[in-house]
Design a protein around this ligand. Structure first.
Ligand SMILES: [Zn+2]
Length: 375
């Protein structure tokens, strides 16, 4: 069996949904890296449930993982989403029709297997200076591990490749991901006497309608590299009231938006707060609270950047954009160039259809070998 397929099969067999410790995946990678004489440094934290999580920085022989500056960092996460109960083979790698199936096959153990293979198969004396491998925990629950790593100040890479399935296209732009919880307050009363209270649901309905009208204005700021080419917005959940015969005292909804890169970070929050102000002017008793839960910006590397050009040349595939969230938004403020790249298609990820084409694994190994030896 080819080394990359062997690595990926071994990695799939190690369960690593985010609620578990990622220690076993890190240990597996460390064993492979030490075999190639690489140096490793572990940065450990405990998650909200007290579970040990590990970020890893690794450097080739004769390079120091404690040196925070890096010329090129290859980065990927070590966790997967939880696999559903009706996928009993999630941890049993299955080869069929040129595809390798299993949980994490493309998101993103496939890329990790390619990294470990390309490192093992490269002569250490040919590796570029300032090369780092970075493995993170807890990407699937909001890039928590990467946020820890960035906050630690232990990495200052000039160029970064983040492993995610892009069918081997270098993705040079990506939208951000933001989430807020909005709570609208009213006053409870017996529903036979509506005038004694104030309906939080009626107030929330006015706010939701105004936000929907505002969302169409977002199309005025375009980024043609995306489809859709503008910041999108969604109210995905709403809850309010406690009983059919009580005037509702509270209504809460979740507002999610995916900003195009380059848009000011407070564009959507400022617009929503302005709408709330307008509603309050019309009704002094209107009251709401806007709490941002996540605010991750997008990223954009120029079409002419070295990484984009190199990967386009090696793979023969054109640069693209990605519609999904990734750690790129966290690294973009630190690095001159960030791209997302990897074997497989995100459309199969987060489902029991998850798989990766074997020929893309082989191609990714060659591409990574070229990057780590020629830059
Ligand atoms: Zn991923």
């Amino acid at each position: 069996m080819k080394a990359v397929v062997q690595h990926l099969s071994n990695l799939i067999r190690i369960p690593s949904p985010s609620f578990l410790s990622n220690r076993p995946i890190i240990d597996y990678a460390v064993t492979a890296l030490h075999k190639a004489q690489w140096h490793t440094r572990q940065i450990i934290y405990r998650d909200a449930a007290g579970v040990e999580k590990v970020n890893l920085i690794a450097a080739p022989p004769h390079q120091d993982p404690d040196d925070t500056t890096a010329e090129l960092a290859l980065m990927c996460h070590t966790d997967t989403v939880p696999y559903s109960a009706d996928w009993p083979e999630a941890l049993e790698p299955l080869l069929a029709d040129g595809l390798l199936h299993g949980c994490g096959a493309c998101d993103v153990k496939g890329f990790l297997a390619c990294l470990l293979t390309s490192i093992a198969e490269s002569d250490p004396s040919t590796l570029i200076d300032g090369l780092r491998l970075i493995l993170t925990a807890d990407e699937e629950i909001g890039c928590v591990g990467a946020a820890h790593l960035v906050a630690s100040g232990l990495i200052q890479p000039r160029r970064v490749v983040i492993g995610e399935p892009t069918s081997l296209h270098p993705a040079r732009v990506g939208k951000g991901y933001c989430l807020a919880e909005v709570t609208v307050f009213g006053e409870e009363a017996h529903s036979a006497h509506p005038q004694k209270g104030k309906s939080a649901i009626y107030s929330a309905a006015r706010l939701v309608t105004a936000i929907e009208e505002y969302s169409s204005l977002l199309a005025e700021e375009q980024h043609p590299f995306f489809s859709p080419s503008f910041t999108t917005l969604n109210i995905g959940t709403i809850q309010g009231g406690t009983a059919k015969n009580i005037i509702p005292g509270r209504c809460r909804f979740q507002l999610e938006w995916r900003p195009i890169p380059g848009q000011a970070g407070d564009t959507v929050p400022a617009a929503v707060l302005k709408i709330a102000d307008t509603l309050k002017r019309a009704d002094p008793n209107f009251q709401c609270d806007f709490k941002i839960l996540r605010q991750q910006t997008g990223f954009e590397s120029p079409a002419s950047s070295k990484l984009v050009r190199s990967i386009e040349a090696i793979t023969g595939r054109a640069a693209t954009s990605i519609p999904f969230g990734s750690e790129a938004g966290l690294l973009a403020p630190l690095a001159e160039e960030v791209i997302v790249f990897g074997p497989g298609d995100m459309k199969t990820a987060h489902s029991s259809r998850e798989c990766v084409p074997l020929d893309e694994l082989d191609e990714a190994v060659l591409c990574l070998q070229s990057l780590i030896t020629r830059g």
